[in-house]
Design a protein around this ligand. Structure first.
Ligand code: CA
Length: 226
């Protein structure tokens, strides 16, 4: 069955345009015009991807993202106005997979949707044996990272970054390398890597693992046993 895209957008014309393009791409789609409706529909329909406007009546897009991330790793692409740059950073820290800036070209949005869905399924197909670095175990087939049996609730981008680092423990990767590995079709900035890895580090520390994800000054990051 084709992927189901949840389009959350309060401007009816924009929502209609996005829906028309999504359907032209062969996707199924659902639409919500405010944050509460978005969450209700999200829980009922379990979409494969959410296109999420930040400025919504009532509950904001960032609130909706927070609620989605509290229960799943469903890919989310934020739709923001150019003036909301700080919201973009917060959104990526909260676990959004990518963002597009208004005014956007619908074709570009659909290219991002395809890229994010492709990455999500590539992770599913990766498989092989689990990667281990110290107490961290990454099962790419199950898209699951755990510490001594305790599953970490990582976002898809956090998962891809940690997987990439864990494939070569001890090797330092530049932000650019990590960006290309985890967000290859995105024009995201290198600091986006910092935002996602800050999230991953918090979750590792929450599981009692300190010092495994290391910042390498002037270079980037590595995963290494202390
Ligand atoms: Ca809006």
């Amino acid at each position: 069955m084709s992927a189901l895209i949840l389009i959350v957008e309060d401007e009816p014309h924009l929502a209609e345009v996005l829906e028309a393009y999504a359907r032209q791409e062969g996707f199924r789609s659902e639409r919500a015009a405010d944050g509460n409706a978005a969450l209700t529909l999200y829980r009922a329909a379990r979409p494969d991807l959410v296109l999420l406007d930040i400025m919504l009546p009532g509950r904001s897009g960032l609130d909706v993202l927070r609620a989605i991330r509290a229960e799943s790793a469903t890919p989310v692409i934020l739709v923001t106005a150019r003036a909301e740059e700080s919201d973009q950073i917060v959104g990526l820290e909260l676990g959004a997979d990518d963002y597009v800036v208004k005014p956007f070209r619908p074709r570009e949005v659909m290219a991002r949707v395809r890229a994010v869905l492709r990455r999500a399924s590539a992770v599913l197909e990766a498989g092989e044996t689990p990667l281990r670095v110290g107490p961290l175990e990454i099962d790419r087939r199950a898209v699951s990272a755990s510490v001594l049996g305790q599953v970490l609730q990582l976002t898809p981008t956090e998962f891809r970054l940690l997987s990439h680092l864990a494939a070569a423990p001890g090797r330092a990767y530049s932000r650019q390398e990590l960006l290309e590995a985890a967000l290859p079709d995105s024009d995201a900035l290198e600091r986006v890597v910092d935002a996602h890895l800050a999230g991953a580090r918090r979750k590792l520390e929450g599981a009692g693992v300190n010092g495994l994800l290391q910042t390498v000054r002037g270079v980037g990051y590595r995963l290494s046993e202390v």
